[in-house]
Design a protein around this ligand. Structure first.
Ligand SMILES: C[S@@+](CC[C@H](N)C(=O)[O-])C[C@H]1O[C@@H](n2cnc3c(N)ncnc32)[C@H](O)[C@@H]1O
Length: 325
């Protein structure tokens, strides 16, 4: 049964993640519930930070801004690896006590909204790592006649189909969805959030990293799902779990001409160079270094695994004049 408190998914989602007692306001942070390339994978933070530092160097940038920074895990590692870089982390909670002093912190409203102070950036590499997948968006589903309907959800997670999508939503579906798709997340809030983020940078490089899809491979049943304490669970908008859906990255890139789409595996090869085998002889001469190299090799495999993190999309938009490709 659907309760009377049922709301369109985008509103319920916003409330569940960023309301007063929303999931992302909890003290444990995202790291308490799931691992990403930025935290929770042994040597993963170090490797992703190497890529960020490598991109900043390549483009001659002096400031790294991590939007949707969790508790600043990646930002702290970037600052550790390259002390000459200015580093700013942005998320919805007050500055975490554990964050090193050299990392600046900005508090953001959450979801598609960004802080007013994040503006006019120059010489900046702005990274949004797994931000857009948690920007709430409308969920729609075809009814028995094949007509798109907005899906509403109650606090217990029960759903019902409601009215037809509005004109803008219909337009997005017409442009970016296909006949075989039965359920979808409409990308307009993500497209707008990405365009807004890009507009905050006058000169530099803006990068969104996320799991996503393009027109050729749009999932037929949508991708909305949830995570709690390391487990994938049924999506329920009660603040007890993360709510996430893959990003339509082609729609995103179309709104910011000049954007480049790449898979994470290719990007790692490009910025870090080919993954070299670890020489066995090192085990005898420098056992600690050998173990470290093995751990790095394992992290590289995880971060570039086809069918896994290696398929993540990197959407990159240069702004103003930058050096490097
Ligand atoms: C999926 S987690 C990713 C955390 C981290 N980047 C990582 O990859 O481990 C998404 C993060 O984005 C944050 N977030 C959501 N909307 C935001 C916004 N408008 N501005 C800043 N952070 C936001 C959430 O609070 C959460 O910490």
């Amino acid at each position: 049964m659907v309760q009377d408190d049922a709301l369109p998914w985008d509103r319920a989602w916003q409330q569940a993640l960023y309301g007063k007692t929303g999931f992302y306001r909890r003290p444990e942070g995202p790291g308490g519930h799931f691992a990403t390339s930025a935290q929770g994978i042994p040597q993963g933070t170090e490797m992703l930070a190497q890529v960020v530092v490598g991109l900043a160097r390549r483009h001659g940038l002096q400031h790294v801004v991590d939007v949707g920074a969790g508790r600043g895990e990646l930002a702290a590692e970037v600052a550790r690896q390259e002390p000459h870089l200015r580093v700013t982390a942005v998320d919805v909670v007050p500055r975490p006590g554990s964050l090193p002093a050299e990392v600046a912190w900005q508090v953001s409203p959450g979801g598609s909204a960004l802080p007013a102070g994040l503006a006019g950036l120059t010489g900046s590499l702005v990274l949004a790592h797994e931000w857009l997948d948690v920007v709430p968006c409308p969920v729609v589903q075809r009814d028995q006649h094949g007509v798109w309907r907005v899906v509403a959800v109650g606090r217990s997670g029960n759903e019902r189909l409601t009215h037809e999508p509005d004109e803008e939503q219909q337009h997005w579906l017409h442009r970016w969805s296909t006949d075989h798709v039965l359920r979808a997340e409409i990308g307009t809030p993500r497209d707008r959030a990405w365009t807004d983020l890009c507009s905050r940078v006058d000169q530099g490089l803006v990068v969104a990293v996320d799991y996503g899809h393009t027109a050729g491979g749009r999932p037929t049943e949508g991708t909305l799902t949830a995570y709690r304490q390391g487990r994938q669970v049924r999506p329920v908008p009660d603040g007890s779990c993360d709510l996430t859906a893959h990003v339509a990255v082609d729609s995103l890139a179309a709104g910011t001409p000049g954007s480049r789409l790449r898979r994470q595996g290719d990007l790692l090869d490009d910025v870090l160079g080919p993954a070299d085998a670890v020489p066995h002889g090192l085990a005898r001469t420098e056992p600690t270094a050998y173990l470290h190299r093995l751990a790095q090799q394992a992290a590289r495999r995880v971060l570039s695994a086809p069918g896994g993190l290696g398929d993540f999309w990197w959407v990159q938009l240069p702004r103003g004049a930058t050096v490097g490709p």
